[in-house]
Design a protein around this ligand. Structure first.
Ligand SMILES: [Zn+2]
Length: 470
């Protein structure tokens, strides 16, 4: 038994020593505790939303590395640009930056912000129509560079310009092209040369270029004269090609004889509109110009300028000469191609004014296929007045020939052309709507230093007839 006791004693001593050792080791650890473990800082970059056209074609998207790509490189002035560090600079990228950008995620000891990716934005733009508009302007510039004989039935041309096409039901911008433009995919690398270019490719001419509307303004004068009661449908004025006011001679392109408002619109007779404006007066002419959207910036989601309408308030010295020049879109009137398209839209809608819009949906959801009309702001005039103007504008399409003949279209079109004086000599412009009887699109074309803008109308209407819808 003794032996067993001794043996047990040795075991107990050994266990106590082990406990002591263990206790000593534990004391060391407790005396110098480690720094509290930090919550890991977690950052997550939100993916920027895409920009799509009305049918879901992708116009801009961001890759995994955050770089922006533009599969079709369309409508650069509308889409806008991002800086090298991803900051929104212009266009929809800037106007809807908070929607597109989303919210970066951050989690640390003081924050717990979940990442929220940006939402997609659907524009009202129809890619196929936009592509056609951009191609028409490029062709105009190519013809301009070749040198065009203005006296022949030449193709359309213009060193620069803009085209705006609006949906008549909704006021939606279906196409908005400015030329020259810039490649979105190569913007950063080429920025210095683009910014230094005398032809201002960075300027969105459609929304911010200011032009005289010229004779494309005559339908407004017709509406003012008819609606105010200054003239009637059957009122005729004689055009012997000149009108003398004081010691100044105002001219027409040629003697047109007697013309009523419909015939005067068909022939674009200056004398008729001079005389109608003298009876209407500057106050009424200014009122109706405003109702058509001149002299004020429309409420679109992108920056645009108001322009001005020639009136005694802003033109000095004011005279009857200024009034009759204002009646044919000259004097001090300046407007954007967008405002000219709004004039066409208001004519097409028989005096019902809609604000234009370029955004269909910002919630990231693909929008309904049917357009959502913007609310009508107001309406004026009468069906009879606008019907008369529409007929005059439709009659004038007989003066388009050959490959540009509007008679070849499946439906009649209504147009009004103009050759306004400009710092470049003359610009060439056209407004209109199609089909004339049940308008679906209203458009405006401005070609700087150009000719035959009316020849673009056939291609615009054909592009609309053949557009690809998804
Ligand atoms: Zn005339």
């Amino acid at each position: 038994m003794q032996g067993r006791k001794g043996s047990l004693g040795m075991i107990l001593i050994g266990a106590a020593a082990a406990l002591l050792l263990g206790s000593a080791a534990g004391t060391v650890i407790n005396a110098q505790p480690p720094a509290p473990e930090k919550s890991p800082v977690y950052r997550a970059k939100a993916a920027r939303g895409r920009i799509l056209d009305r049918y879901g074609s992708i116009l801009a998207y961001s890759g995994e590395d955050g770089s922006r790509s533009y599969p079709e490189d369309l409508c650069p002035h509308i889409i806008g640009t991002l800086s090298a560090s991803g900051e929104a600079q212009s266009g929809i990228e800037l106007a809807l930056d908070t929607v597109l950008r989303g919210q970066d995620g951050l989690r640390d000891s003081g924050h717990n912000i979940p990442v929220r990716d940006g939402s997609d934005v659907y524009l009202t733009i129809d890619s196929s129509l936009q592509r056609a508009a951009e191609s028409i302007l490029e062709k105009a510039a190519a013809q301009y560079r070749k040198g065009v004989d203005y006296d022949t039935a030449a193709p359309y041309c213009g060193k620069a310009g803009a085209i705006v096409i609006l949906g008549c039901e909704s006021g939606e911008v279906l196409a908005c092209a400015s030329y020259p433009d810039f490649p979105l995919n190569d913007f950063s690398r080429r920025y210095d040369s683009l910014a230094a270019d005398d032809n201002s490719p960075l300027l969105c001419r459609a929304l911010n270029g200011l032009y005289r509307p010229g004779r494309t303004f005559k339908p407004v004068t017709a509406a003012a004269a008819l609606c105010s009661g200054a003239v009637r449908a059957d009122t005729r004025f004689w055009c012997g090609s000149h009108l003398r006011l004081g010691d100044t001679d105002f001219s027409c392109v040629k003697p047109h004889g007697a013309a009523d408002v419909r015939r005067a619109l068909e022939l674009s007779c200056n004398i008729y509109f001079y005389r109608a404006a003298l009876l209407t007066g500057s106050s009424q002419l200014t009122n109706y110009a405003r109702l058509f959207g001149f002299g004020q910036a429309p409420r679109i989601e992108l920056p645009t300028v108001p322009g001005s309408f020639a009136s005694p308030e802003n033109t000095s010295p004011w005279s009857e000469g200024q009034l009759i020049q204002a009646a044919i879109g000259q004097s001090t009137t300046l407007c954007t191609p967008l405002q000219m398209a709004i004039e066409a839209l208001t004519l097409a809608r028989e005096g019902s004014y809609l604000e234009p819009t370029v955004i269909r949906s910002t919630g990231g959801m693909r929008p309904e296929s049917e357009p959502v009309p913007n609310d009508e702001l107001y309406s004026f005039g009468s069906k009879e007045v606008f019907d008369l103007i529409k007929r005059g504008m439709t009659d004038s399409t007989v003066y388009t020939y050959g490959e540009w003949a509007l008679s070849k279209l499946p439906h009649p079109c209504a147009v009004k052309t103009g050759t306004p004086q400009s710092p470049r000599g003359y610009d060439s412009a056209v407004i209109g709507f199609y089909p004339a009887d049940r308008p679906e699109i209203a458009f405006a074309v401005m070609l700087e230093g150009g000719a035959n803008a009316k020849h673009t109308v056939f291609e615009i209407c054909e592009a609309y007839n053949k557009r690809i819808q998804f």
